[in-house]
Write a protein of this length. Sequence first.
Length: 476
Amino acid sequence: MTTAPDGSSARLPGRNRFALWTAALLTAIALVGTVLWFVHPFSAPPTPPLVPLYEAEPGVSALIEKSRERVLREPRSAQAWGCLGQAFIANDMEAESQICFAEAERLDPSNPRWPYYQGGSLLNQGDRETALPYLRRAVERCAVSERDNHAPQLTLAETLLTLGRQEEAEEHFRQVLERQADNPRARYGMALVASARQDWESSRSQLLRCVGSPFVQRKARVQLAIVSQRLGDEASADKFRRQADALPPDPEWIDPFVTEYLLWAVKKQSRYRLVESLETTGRLKEAVTVLQPMLSEYPNDYLPWVTLARVLGQLGEYDRAEQVMREALRLAPEKVQSHYYLSLMLLMQAEKATRNGDRDRAEKLYQEAAQRARETLAIKPDYGFAHMALGLSLKGLGQRDNALAALRQAVLCNPEQAELHFHFGELLAEDGRQKESRQQLEEAIQIGSSNAPWRQTALDRLAATVDRPLTSPKRP
């Protein structure tokens, strides 16, 4: 538009027509660009990372190259990028995995895995604040597609708590407990929130409700010692401190997304992490599949043999577990585990033979189980579970007084282990020593897991010692 000498608007027909055509053309280009954006949102995906020069294990390099070739064939596949990222992170190459997960999230923005993995890597680097938006996206997306996976929300809650955002952390812990009332990780988180507010009674109550979980039995006792001291209960503080000192480090929390990427593990240590994760989630046959090739890959290492025997024992394959354990013992006769697990496998077979009425076979197995337990105790005299194996073997041989002495010693060595209290209490009950039995069984129930296989037997034993049925003792 321009102005005529009289001040009126004067139009320039040619220029106006050109402007209209230009605007239409730009609009068409924009529309085509928008369509192309939605159909092919990332016209230039990044180059997939290479295996780092420092990576020496050929199996890792082969796995990465195979996964990388798929990305080069399918550069717009979120699954291909995600699998490459999982192969990297499962074998301790986090920087390379981050590139892959970022691209996977851009291509598949509804999948909670990709931001969760990115947030987890940032947490490993100590960058909690930067990790928060990634964790929040993962939690939001889990609410739609992975409602039973509480790990992202619990990780977010723990991160918020570490950053001092107690109210927000508490809300996330509470939401998990609303969906899964006995979740020990959420209970432990609530205990830490209460401790941060110096609400020691609430903290103690929450800790006692999760102390039986194998994933938090040591950490919970450490906190109970602190809380008890704050409450002026020095006796309890000393008890929990001693118990915590006797326990091994707690295993990692169950995390389905972590288990998923560990399936890509090639490195030895990462494969052990995978086995532990599969074992704790009951995927025992998959754990056997992971362990089996490790026997030939590491022929001079006793640990794959011990681990495989332990998993086979949980599957009830005691004969096979025994043979595997004998090889572990040959490889490492100085190791406590080699002697103890062989004793345990022999004991399980002896009990099975007893149930089947094969008394001669049972007696031979009980005798060797007892001998293996004694060999374990010669290496580690304060190993409560070896005393338990000895006591149960002697019980099978009819040496009840010696069995009671061994089980009593088991409890003295490891009073924090509920299973030892149970076996001691059960034998006391069989001998009619009801008062002592009741003390042991109540202790077993109080500190044991709610899904322990012996729990109902312990409750039944307790119920038989009173005139009325007995439910599980209430926790403080």
